[in-house]
Design a protein around this ligand. Structure first.
Ligand SMILES: NC(=O)c1ccc[n+]([C@@H]2O[C@H](COP(=O)([O-])OP(=O)(O)OC[C@H]3O[C@@H](n4cnc5c(N)ncnc54)[C@H](OP(=O)(O)O)[C@@H]3O)[C@@H](O)[C@H]2O)c1
Length: 274
């Protein structure tokens, strides 16, 4: 049975990936790495009796637990992230350092006469905003700039994390899934793309796209042992038009701009503003 690991399974993206994987037939093995098992079970009560799901409750600094969680998996979804523009947030960087340490932990020591294990593919959530080329003609420059400023701290974290992970690309296969705006809506289908179209993508369609990338074991013609998506930046468009606009946008963007231009206010107002 193919197996997958999800870091950040209690989040919006990780939770939707879990839902997509749970619906797969034939079933797949799923390893969830979370800080709070009770939170995961509250969102997915069916997990308590699911024989194909193992939950690892630990922090990102628990290298042994993380190594156990990702061992023998086909792919690992890296979705632990900040969704608020918190000044100085480093979750993506912590996750990157943790997964590199856990992968190193799985390698046999140079003295051991063991065969090196297959390294799972990392499917990393990022954002089109950190790679402007993906935006294409989807939004005017001024709007792209405003979004970048509104989530500046998150994007800085993602950019630094990607730089650290890419430095390990000679031994860790990795793909960056970089959507535009996400919204809570029903599935409209997904299309993997190299250029973003205007409009929003639902969380469930993003999850479908990330699972497709993870499950696609195709290679590159003429290149021995190279995974088709290795090192690629891919964005996702809905297959059908009509995904709703995120209704919180007029509130989220000004709030994010506040934390970018007045980060010193965050300790006073951060937990107070919804
Ligand atoms: N929303 C959009 O329009 C949009 C568009 C493009 C890209 N994105 C990207 O999507 C990401 C946000 O994903 P999301 O909406 O799924 O976020 P989310 O719902 O806030 O979930 C974040 C996940 O990360 C975990 N996490 C947070 N801090 C952690 C820490 N210190 N250690 C371990 N785990 C930690 C959370 O665990 P707990 O449950 O324990 O807190 C949770 O599982 C960002 O990178 C953003 O750039 C979002």
């Amino acid at each position: 049975m193919p197996s997958y690991a999800i870091l950040g399974a209690t989040g919006q993206i990780g939770g939707n990936i879990l839902t997509v994987l749970l619906a797969k037939q034939p079933p797949v093995e799923i390893h969830c790495f979370v800080r709070t098992k009770a939170k995961l079970l509250k969102a997915h009560p069916d997990l308590a009796s699911a024989s194909n799901v193992t939950i690892y409750e630990a922090g990102l600094d628990d290298t042994a637990a993380l190594a156990q969680c990702i061992k023998d998996t086909r792919a690992v979804f890296l979705t632990a992230a900040a969704s608020e523009n918190v000044p100085g947030c480093e979750v993506a960087q912590q996750q990157t350092r943790a997964i590199i340490a856990a992968l190193k932990n799985l390698l046999p020591s140079s003295q051991a006469n063991e065969k090196a294990p297959a390294i799972p593919k990392l499917v990393v959530i990022s954002s089109a905003s950190v790679t402007p080329r993906l935006f294409g003609a989807s939004a005017p420059w001024i709007m792209q700039r405003m979004v970048h400023l509104a989530f500046y701290h998150i994007y800085t974290d993602l950019e630094k994390a990607e730089a650290v992970m890419r430095a390990e690309s000679h031994w860790i296969p990795q793909v960056y899934v970089k959507p535009g705006g996400l919204t809570h809506d029903a599935a409209h289908g997904h299309v993997l793309a190299s250029e973003l179209k205007p409009g929003f993508l639902s969380f469930v369609d993003l999850a479908g796209a990330m699972v497709e990338v993870a499950g696609d074991d195709g290679g590159v013609e003429g290149v021995e042992g190279k995974w088709r998506w290795d090192g690629v930046d891919v964005t996702v468009n809905p297959a059908r038009e009509g995904t709703r606009v995120e209704p919180w946008l007029p509130y989220i963007v000004p709030k994010g701009l506040l934390w970018t231009f007045a980060p010193w206010l965050y300790p006073y107002l951060g937990s107070w503003l919804p």
